[in-house]
Design a protein around this ligand. Sequence first.
Ligand SMILES: Cc1cc2nc3c(=O)[nH]c(=O)nc-3n(C[C@H](O)[C@H](O)[C@H](O)COP(=O)(O)OP(=O)(O)OC[C@H]3O[C@@H](n4cnc5c(N)ncnc54)[C@H](O)[C@@H]3O)c2cc1C
Length: 437
Amino acid sequence: MSDRPKYDAIIIGAGIIGANLGFEMSKAGYKTLNIDKLPAAGYGSTANSCAIIRTHYSTWAGVVMAYEGFHYWKDWEDYLEVGDERGVAGFVQCGAVFVGSHGGHMEKVLPLFDEIGIPYEVLDTEQLAERLPGIDTGEHAPPKRPDDDAFWEDPASQITSAVHTPIAGYVTDPQLATHNLQRAAEAKGGEFMFNAEVAGIRTDAGRVAGVDLADGTSIDASIVINVAGPHSFVINEMAGVAESMGIKTRALRHEVHHVPSPRGLDFEKDGMLVGDDDLGTYFRPEVGNNILVGSQDPECDPQIWVQNPDEFDRSITEDQWRAQVLRLARRLPSLGVPSERKGVVDLYDVSDDWIPIYDKTDLDGFYVAIGTSGNQFKNSHIAAYCMTRLIAAVESGHDHDSDPVRVKMPYTGFNLDMGVFSRNREINEASSFSVLG
Ligand SMILES: Cc1cc2nc3c(=O)[nH]c(=O)nc-3n(C[C@H](O)[C@H](O)[C@H](O)COP(=O)(O)OP(=O)(O)OC[C@H]3O[C@@H](n4cnc5c(N)ncnc54)[C@H](O)[C@@H]3O)c2cc1C
């Protein structure tokens, strides 16, 4: 009997990125096993993702990846190649409008849109009011909190330009999308193990050899990939690679609130994704004529870094609810502020420069797809596609650290230098250092 391990690769995590990696690697011929400590695919931070698809990133690589990602969502059923007994996740292409440029984000983005060929239109005040029913076009920057008297002042000026992109929208059910990927991976021979916690990374002669589970089981594989979302730093510590990584990851708490659309406004049908740099929020239509509103983490908002990703406060706080919903009410003045606070609280896996780490590590055979910084749901497929090619190259002896792997994007044909996502890159100063990436 051969003592070759049953699996070529163990993927720690079955969130949107881990499940997608299971699919891409299985398609490429690897025998994969996704291990997740939760009971099903997409039950981690993916479950609470706003699943917004947009191309507004601060770097060339960020825009290219998101443009590529959009095409996958458009072709979702074809991409999966297989059905799912639970149905397939929907993509709603509602378009996006980005309002204000307090942090200078749009000045970085528009030249990239021109270079890459992303369609967009600049709207003046009147066009903005026409396109986004119910909107107040007052200019409020810089973002403030409601306990600051200045928050309540009448705007001294109007938003004079906003940027509309038709290539944007949202996925209706991020957990279902992840289940779709599980089924797609299984159809190619990938396996999934749930309710199983990785408690140790095993090595042999300086190379990864598999994982130990909390129940004492050991599973062998010569490739192990950390796709543990907000637990990424915990797994890196287990593997002994945390110290040697130039760019680190940390877990940041984030609240998203859920409110009914203003009376008389069908925001689900007529609304768009809105990136509101002027007030420091983003919001999008949600099924049932509701609105989801999150924060762009403006400077005035406290950042809550979480030391233990298994223990954090999952309740919506009065302070942040007021900040986000009242900011939304400044933009949509007919919004009624509900007395019952609804929404979700989850963790971003944030890298030092809010750009992901898609890379090998100093432990041979141990790879990372982490640091997704609240903005990589949209890119799961292209990230998984690139990681699969990076792993194949490194496993065949390529020195990715000195000669970064380049991957040709399947839809757009651009060549992406994977060195941009290196664990040892310099901090990327072009980044927004926020969820905008
Ligand atoms: C509130 C919120 C809103 C967001 N909105 C957007 C958005 O609008 N658009 C966008 O593009 N991105 C968004 N994001 C980011 C996006 O959702 C994430 O980048 C993406 O879901 C990360 O997927 P993942 O597979 O890496 O992580 P996860 O979904 O967190 O999966 C990691 C998995 O690893 C498992 N795991 C951890 N440790 C272990 C262990 N020891 N053993 C076994 N399993 C383990 C966990 O159980 C978990 O299921 C948002 C994120 C949040 C939190």
